[in-house]
Design a protein around this ligand. Structure first.
Ligand code: GLU
Length: 315
């Protein structure tokens, strides 16, 4: 344990929509090491906000796979014991509701009656990656009348200005929130909670000091920090990790069976898999076999490669 570090409380927050792959395990390992190397705590949060795609059996399988790899958690999981229970987002709607009420009471939100088709048809501006940015059709303004047309509205956040933050791997960032996000949705018209709100509420309520996750979510830091600041929550530190790609340079997905847990468990031992991930994470120089617990002393965020992706040529 590195006694110079203050204890890190980090989490692994899988969506139970399939079996994990090597990329998910890499995130879990690095997040676990950040906690264990500082004498902190590791929380397992099940992000099952999407009822269509989430399955409890996947969540149980994720738990079984993590334990097989030697990654144990201090709080959370499907049956969620711990001071911040429940640890499945499906049981935490009351907390998201309270945050939304606070934002609404402070005048930061507004109802939005636009459909997806309305927004697509509206010549809306685009973010740098081509996403359509909401043009502000329903945003209240003096003298502007909005007709509800009998539809249940979504709730949007009014967004102004830019957000600055530091990521431990990818460095200093300044994001123009208006240009990159616009007024984003907090609760959809069908009542579903937006990932951005749920994550911010959960990370704060669970006392997270560090968010360790894949670089695919680096772009979500700005809206999340913005919400955090409006809600007066403490800001977490961010450690974003390179994404593991297959030999063709394509990011692994849950559909990539070859590097999914089922295949990995059939062909490799936990020590072989952890050893490979330790090398990809820059913790060891050569191919080796080791247990996760043997890496605790070696973990150092500065060793993580500063690349958005790591191409995996072979196991
Ligand atoms: N649930 C998200 C995922 O499985 C992770 C969210 C996060 O780490 O903030 O990709």
């Amino acid at each position: 344990m590195n006694s110079n570090l203050s204890p890190v409380v980090s989490r692994f927050a899988p969506s139970p929509t399939g079996r994990m792959h090597l990329g998910n395990i890499f995130t879990a390992l690095m997040s676990w090491l950040a906690a264990r190397s500082s004498g902190g705590k590791w929380i397992l949060r099940i992000e099952d906000l999407d009822p269509q795609r989430s399955r409890p059996q996947y969540a149980r399988q994720i738990e079984d796979d993590l334990l097989w790899l030697g990654l144990d958690w201090d709080e959370g999981g499907v049956d969620g014991s711990g001071p911040h229970a429940p640890y499945c987002q499906s049981g935490r709607h009351h907390l998201y509701e309270a945050a939304l009420e606070a934002l609404t009471a402070a005048g930061f939100t507004y109802p939005c009656f636009c459909t997806k088709a309305d927004i697509n048809a509206s010549q809306a501006p685009h973010a740098s990656d081509g996403r359509v940015i909401y043009p502000g059709t329903c945003r209240p303004a003096p003298g502007k009348a909005i007709t509800g047309s009998g539809r249940i509205p979504a709730v949007r956040l009014k967004v102004e200005g830019s957000v600055e933050f530091d990521d431990a791997v990818f460095g200093h960032r300044i994001v123009d929130l208006g240009a990159e996000w616009g007024d984003f949705v907090l609760r959809r018209a069908d009542g579903a909670w937006a990932y951005q709100l749920a994550v911010v509420v959960d990370d704060a309520q669970m006392g997270l000091t560090h968010v360790v996750r894949g670089s695919d979510l680096l772009g979500s830091c700005a809206p999340q920090l913005y919400l955090c600041r409006l809600l007066g929550f403490p800001e977490p530190h961010y450690i974003h990790l390179p994404l593991i790609c297959n030999s063709s340079g394509i990011r692994l997905s849950k559909r990539d069976q070859a590097l999914g847990m089922e295949q990995l468990r059939q062909h490799f031992t936990p020590r072989q898999i952890i050893g490979l991930l330790a090398r990809l994470g820059g913790l060891v120089a050569d191919r080796t076999e080791c247990a996760a617990s043997e890496l605790v002393e070696l973990f150092d965020v500065n060793k993580i490669p500063r690349d958005y992706t790591i191409r995996l040529n072979m196991l």
